[in-house]
Design a protein around this ligand. Structure first.
Ligand code: AMP
Length: 172
């Protein structure tokens, strides 16, 4: 499993789709799993830009992972977002590398406002990026200490960023 990590608006979803085509990988996104839910409470929470509880989202991911063997190539996007989630993931899957897409705060906000998803209001975006700084930055340090972190500059065209990812990804 390879994890794609970076703030919302760093282009994780777009890059994951390209990796799926080139490497025959499966893209798993916890955000997508939640958006597919039929529960109105889940949607209300998504619109507010609130993070789901660690146990709740870990249960969703665990259930999804049961459909894949350890040998399959998986690109995970949107998880882990907290240290607690990172620790849980260590028990659920073998993590090969973590690709960290770096973009500035300003670029991330601009991209999110442009993609126009219904949860992309200015307030929700600011709330999510603030949570990202507080909760997800420690996850990045956690993987850096494990020598699993590959930093990739996320600024540029989709193709430019993708070429940088291909250079560092440990897949043939
Ligand atoms: P994303 O598609 O990754 O931008 O996620 C969309 C929304 O789903 C987030 O703003 C959170 O509300 C929720 N979400 C997705 N993944 C997680 C996670 N790992 N932990 C908590 N909430 C999550």
């Amino acid at each position: 499993m390879i994890i794609l990590i970076g703030p919302q608006g760093s282009g994780k979803g777009t890059q994951a789709k390209l990796l799926v085509e080139d490497y025959g990988a499966t893209h798993l996104s916890t955000g997508e799993m939640l958006r597919e839910s039929k529960d109105p409470n889940v949607h209300a929470k998504l619109e507010r830009g609130e993070l789901f509880a660690d146990d709740e989202i870990t249960a969703v991911l665990k259930e999804a992972l049961q459909r894949y063997s350890n040998k399959e190539r998986i690109i995970l996007d949107g998880y882990p977002r907290t240290l607690k989630q990172a620790e849980s993931l260590g028990d659920l899957a073998d993590i090969e590398k973590v690709i960290y897409l770096t973009v500035s705060y300003k670029d991330a906000v601009e991209r999110l406002l442009n993609r126009g998803r219904s949860d992309d209001t200015k307030e929700a975006i600011e709330s999510r990026l603030k949570q990202y700084n507080e909760l997800t930055e420690p996850v990045i340090d956690y993987y850096r200490r494990q020598n699993k972190l590959l930093e990739v500059n996320g600024i540029g065209s989709v193709d430019e960023v993708y070429a940088r990812i291909k250079k560092v990804i440990p897949w043939q």
